[in-house]
Design a protein around this ligand. Structure first.
Ligand code: FES
Ligand code: FES
Length: 155
């Protein structure tokens, strides 16, 4: 049993220390915005933040989050940058099936937090590990650039 700080609230989970955070979120807490794709750290569908860093929750154990702050797609919209990216996603009509998009947004927020003015190449590099089987990459790129522009960036 552990207490995790998720989206600013303490939440108790029964999951053992080595359980991936993904399953504590989805199975115990019913927070199903974070998706299971590959289960091996390869697709990015399960991306959450730990202390602002994008991590793959399918391969990150509950013990890694001890004393840290987890942010999920359910909470990222209460952050100004998270809300701006979500709005840009809607405006650009980014999603197709939608399955990968929560992970895409979490990676995009982490990118713009650490680098508010990414170049095209930096966007591509940062988003490289988030797979979209529907091929929405161009719209994802455009949405990130739009928010970077609105922050006064050059991207
Ligand atoms: S489900 Fe975690 S990286 Fe694919
Ligand atoms: S929108 Fe379908 S997998 Fe990305």
């Amino acid at each position: 049993m552990s207490t995790l700080n998720i989206n600013g609230k303490p939440m108790s989970v029964e999951a053992s220390d080595d359980t991936p955070i993904l399953w504590a979120l989805r199975d115990e807490l019913g927070m199903t915005g974070t998706k299971f794709g590959c289960g091996a750290g390869l697709c990015g569908a399960c991306t959450v933040h730990i202390d602002g860093q994008a991590v793959r929750s399918c391969v990150t154990p509950v013990s890694e989050a001890a004393g840290k702050k987890i942010t999920t797609i359910e909470g990222v919209g209460s952050d100004k940058l998270g809300a701006a990216l979500q709005a840009a996603w809607v405006e650009q009509g980014v999603p197709q099936c939608g399955y990968c998009q929560c992970g895409q947004i979490m990676s995009a927020v982490a990118l713009l937090k650490r680098n508010p003015r990414p170049t095209d190449a930096e966007i591509d590099e940062a988003m490289n590990g988030n797979i979209c089987r529907c091929g929405t990459y161009n719209r994802i790129h455009a949405a990130i650039k739009k928010v970077a522009h609105s922050q006064g960036g050059k991207a």
